[in-house]
Structure formats: structure tokens, C-alpha cells
Write a protein that binds this ligand. Structure first.
Ligand SMILES: NC(=O)C1=CN([C@@H]2O[C@H](COP(=O)(O)OP(=O)(O)OC[C@H]3O[C@@H](n4cnc5c(N)ncnc54)[C@H](OP(=O)(O)O)[C@@H]3O)[C@@H](O)[C@H]2O)C=CC1
Ligand SMILES: N[C@@H](C[C@H]1CC(C(=O)O)=NO1)C(=O)O
Length: 319
């Protein structure tokens, strides 16, 4: 089955998804839906407003738009016409997003796999796996040091921000404590600091800083520092998007210690996020083809559907 795919939003993630769709032989790129009419790509470009016209030519639509505002405002509209995949990552509102997408996708016999990527996404799968193993587990999640695309998108939505990025820095002492089995009581907010770099007019900077540090879900609970820099310094010092992190679960079984760790070391956050998104796009197309509909989180997608290998091949290779 060749999966006909299209992309909404040609930013960091959209460009990375395009590359992967072209690299996998079971995908075919229909084109890119964008607000802009010129993009640096050889792919077909369509106005995002016209997407529904092409519903019958697309098996899965990758929603590579921002989570801060775009997904809440736009995703359900796409799920009316398409099987969709998104990387929605406002953890506090995932249940709301799930319910909204589930209602629309079911009503239109589409599948919507939401909150793919690595956190939420692969980290979610590993958090559930780690906690399922032990009667009395201790579990901690750490991110960074690296560039959070979700937090960077969120700062870019603040009026007056011309350019913006956010770096997440974990406390190494907290990571060491978790690995030693002493992670109980460590909080995500106390274990990380957030550093933001913004290009904005001087007259706007005090308001922008205040809007960022008080932003619910993204920054308010954290120790956040906002730096304002020139466009030249931003261009010079803030390219690339490395990231990574750890999900660490520790416990003991009849007095014998056990430590389970899932770690990511990413030279490119968008490239890796796209890899997870495209794998779940493969699963979304298969789920829909099997007659399923509605919303799915990564926790509800059978892992074998992610792979290019068939189930039979997995059996024959002995798992
Ligand atoms: N779950 C996870 O692990 C991860 C999730 N993410 C999520 O991915 C999201 C995207 O990240 P990233 O690609 O870096 O963000 P970018 O800002 O680079 O790209 C977002 C794209 O969305 C499109 N867009 C923006 N506003 C609108 C609009 N009003 N209407 C239509 N399209 C719009 C734009 O494309 P165009 O101008 O072409 O329309 C833009 O290029 C992040 O917000 C984050 O939440 C990222 C990494 C990991
Ligand atoms: N969703 C995140 C992926 C990870 C990174 C992160 C953080 O640095 O706070 N939280 O989750 C992203 O957009 O990069």
C-alpha cells in the first residue's frame, strides 16, 4: 500500500516530514498546504484554505503547525475531511484535544492520531511502560539541554516577537539523583530552567517578557529567563535545534534494584519529531484502511503498525 500524504505547515517540522515522506518507499507526497504561496520546495504547493478540495486524493494529512494556537484552532477542521496526524504538545490540554478530534474523526470515518513525536509521544509510551512494571516505581522525565519547538512556537505567538527560541536546561544533579533511585519528590519545574532569546523592538520588551514568564502551561510554573538580542546575534547564535532527554524509572523487586531508562540524543529535534510523526502516519493510514475511526494517542496504536515490516515478517524474524 502506497500512502498518499500531504503536509500542512512548512516550518521546521513540515520540511522534515517532507524529507522523510520522500525517503520512505511506502509513502508518496501529494503536496504542501501553506499560508504562503511560495516555499523553498520542489513539491506541489496549495493554499491551506483549499485543502478540503483534495480530500479524496490524500490518505493521511500531517498537521505540522504550532501547538500553542494553530492546532486548537485548525486541527478539527482538517479531521472533518482527512485522516490526520499531529504533534500537539500542550500536555495540560491533550484530553480536550483528544475529545474534540475524536468527535469529528468518528463523525467522518477518519482517524486522527494526536500528540505524536517524543514528548508527548515516545516518552509517553516509555512512561507508561516504566510505571506498568513495578508495584512501587519512582519515575522522572528530563528534557535537554536543547531547543523546545513547542515553547519556541509559543513565544513566537506573542505579539511583537519578531524571532524567538526557547532552550530547556535540566539540573544535572536532579538527573543523577533520579538515576541513583532517589528521584522521589523531584519536580519537573524545579529540575529545569527555561532560557528564551527574542528579537523585538525595545519599546515592546517589558510587555513581551511579562507575557512569556506568566504564560500558563508553557512558562508560568518554571524559572524562565528572557534575553533580547539583535537580529544579527539571533542569526549568528540561534540556528539549529538539538535536543534530547530521559525517562528514568527506578524501583526494587524483592529487594533487587531495577532501573529503566529511555534516552534521546538529537542533533535535530524537528528531524526526529518528524520521524516519529511519519511512523504514526503509517499506522494512521492502516488503521483507517482497516475500517477504524476516531482519535488515537500513541498509547492506543499497536506498535507493529508503525513499521514498514509486516506482522508476518516480524514473526518470522523472531521479534
Ligand atoms: N510532540 C513532540 O514531541 C513535539 C512537538 N512539536 C510541535 O511541533 C510544532 C511545530 O513546530 P515547528 O515546525 O518548529 O514550528 P514552525 O513555527 O517552524 O512551523 C509551524 C508552521 O505552521 C504554519 N502556520 C503557522 N501559523 C499558521 C496559520 N495561522 N495557518 C496555517 N498555518 C500556519 C506555518 O507554515 P506556513 O507558513 O507554511 O503555513 C509554520 O511554518 C510545535 O509547535 C510543537 O508543538 C515539535 C517538536 C516535538
Ligand atoms: N514537545 C517538545 C518535546 C519535548 C521538549 C520539551 C521541553 O524542552 O520542555 N518538552 O517536550 C518540543 O516541542 O520540542
Amino acid at each position: 500500500m502506497t500512502i498518499k500524504a500531504a503536509i500542512v505547515g512548512y516550518g521546521n517540522l513540515g520540511q522534515a516530514v517532507e524529507h522523510l515522506i520522500n525517503a520512505f518507499d511506502d509513502f508518496e507526497l501529494f503536496g504542501i498546504f501553506s499560508r504562503r504561496d511560495t516555499l523553498d520546495t520542489d513539491a506541489a504547493i496549495y493554499p491551506v484554505a483549499d485543502a478540503a478540495r483534495y480530500k479524496d486524493e490524500i490518505d493521511v494529512l500531517f498537521l505540522c503547525v504550532g501547538s500553542a494556537t494553530d492546532i486548537p484552532e485548525q486541527a478539527a477542521g482538517f479531521a472533518e475531511h482527512f485522516t490526520t496526524v499531529d504533534t500537539y504538545d500542550n500536555h495540560s490540554k491533550v484530553a480536550t484535544h483528544y475529545a474534540e478530534m475524536d468527535e469529528v474523526a468518528r463523525a467522518n470515518d477518519n482517524v486522527s492520531v494526536i500528540s505524536t513525536g517524543w514528548d508527548p509521544g515516545l516518552f509517553s509510551m516509555n512512561r507508561v511502560l516504566g510505571l506498568s512494571l513495578f508495584p512501587d516505581p519512582v519515575q522522572n522525565t528530563f528534557w535537554g539541554k536543547g531547543l523546545s519547538q513547542g515553547h519556541s512556537d509559543a513565544v513566537r505567538q506573542v505579539s511583537g516577537v519578531q524571532r524567538g527560541v526557547q532552550y530547556t536546561i535540566p539540573a544535572q544533579s536532579a538527573i543523577d539523583q533520579a538515576r541513583a533511585g532517589n528521584g522521589q519528590g523531584l519536580s519537573k519545574t524545579a529540575s529545569h530552567e527555561r532560557i528564551v532569546y527574542i528579537v523585538a523592538d525595545e519599546s515592546e520588551q517589558d510587555r513581551i517578557r511579562d507575557e512569556i514568564v506568566t504564560m500558563p502551561d508553557y512558562f508560568e510554573p518554571y524559572d524562565t529567563t528572557v534575553h533580547f538580542v539583535s537580529d544579527e546575534e539571533f542569526e549568528r547564535n540561534h540556528q539549529g535545534a538539538p535536543h534530547g532527554g530521559y525517562v528514568i524509572t527506578t524501583s526494587e523487586l524483592q529487594g533487587h534494584n531495577a532501573s529503566v531508562e529511555f534516552s534521546l540524543k538529537l542533533e535535530s529535534n524537528p528531524n526526529f519529531t518528524a520521524a516519529a510523526m511519519v511512523a504514526f502516519g503509517r499506522a494512521a493510514a492502516r488503521l483507517q484502511q482497516q475500517g477504524n475511526s476516531g482519535a488515537y494517542t500513541v498509547l492506543e496504536v499497536p506498535p507493529y503498525l508503525l513499521s514498514q515490516q509486516s506482522h508476518q515478517e516480524m514473526m518470522e524474524t523472531g521479534l
